[in-house]
Design a binder for this molecule. Sequence first.
Ligand code: NAP
Length: 305
Amino acid sequence: MSTTWHVLGAGSLGTLWAARLARAGLPVTLILRDQARLARYRTTPGLTLIEQGHAQSYPVSAQTSDSPEPIDRLLVACKAYDAPGAVAQLARRLTPNAEVILLQNGLGSQDAVAAQLPQARCIFASSTEGAFRQSDGSVVFAGHGFTWLGDTTHPTAPLWLDDLEAAGIPHQWSTDILTRLWRKLALNCAINPLTVLYQCRNGGLQQHQCEVATLCTELAELLEYCGQPAAAQDLQTEVARVIQATAANFSSMYQDVASGRRTEIRYLLGHACQAALRHRLSLPHLQQLHVRLAGYLDARGLPSD
Ligand code: NAP
């Protein structure tokens, strides 16, 4: 009998993972925020995933954190700012050898979760897959991509990667997951905040090349200080490549702000600035960008941390 995948958070990424695992015949249980969400979910045919315009529903079972069922494997698919609190509510249900897979973008939330669960194996993930929720609760699989998974304390890959294979989730075990997360964080810091401040698509940053280049220089310096020289390599070239390749797209942070949703600033630019402070590193442009973005969010009534 396969181990059940408990999926915490049935949002975009949670639905994308849960639907594919369930489709492969693997046992999946959703953990929803509260009884009201659970009652509403039970009026639906299950999770609905839209792929290439085709909607399919998956009748995945669901519960709240109050359920007494033990958890051996937990996939955390909340936003970074929700993850530590949401996992804390489940700590008593985790079995002694539980494994916790963390899908959060940025850095900081993974360590906060791991610190709460010294007995569990925490696996960090970095994904380039893309999904978004429609107003009716269904989720659109918008961008095919890849997910790297790794454990900063233990290099051995878990056996359940076979489940991901069976579910058709493109993935690879990574022995340098922190380097991948730092690299993605740096790309994100160089692009996303400026798209919010200039109110532009990614391609609009081609008009602000000097500013982007200065940020890349400071971010590369930070990565070196944080012991991540590989993540610093050719950062500016890659940032320019991403801006060009995604010129027509609005960044995820831009979309969050445009929809009045909280951003993950604290785990991206906030984490970078905190790390600089810890290393007593002066990165004036990065710090000024953080102040500008926080001010912009404040002015719109959105959390700036
Ligand atoms: P999302 O659509 O907002 O989904 C988050 C889900 O977590 C929501 O359904 C939310 O429930 C749920 N949640 C929050 N607190 C909870 C709690 N205490 N108990 C149960 N459920 C709870 O977010 P997302 O886009 O999937 O992003 C999740 C993470 O993946 C983020 O760190 C993001 O940066 C990262 N990521 C996302 C993508 C993507 O394409 N979406 C790609 C790569 C990485 P409610 O609906 O009740 O609020």
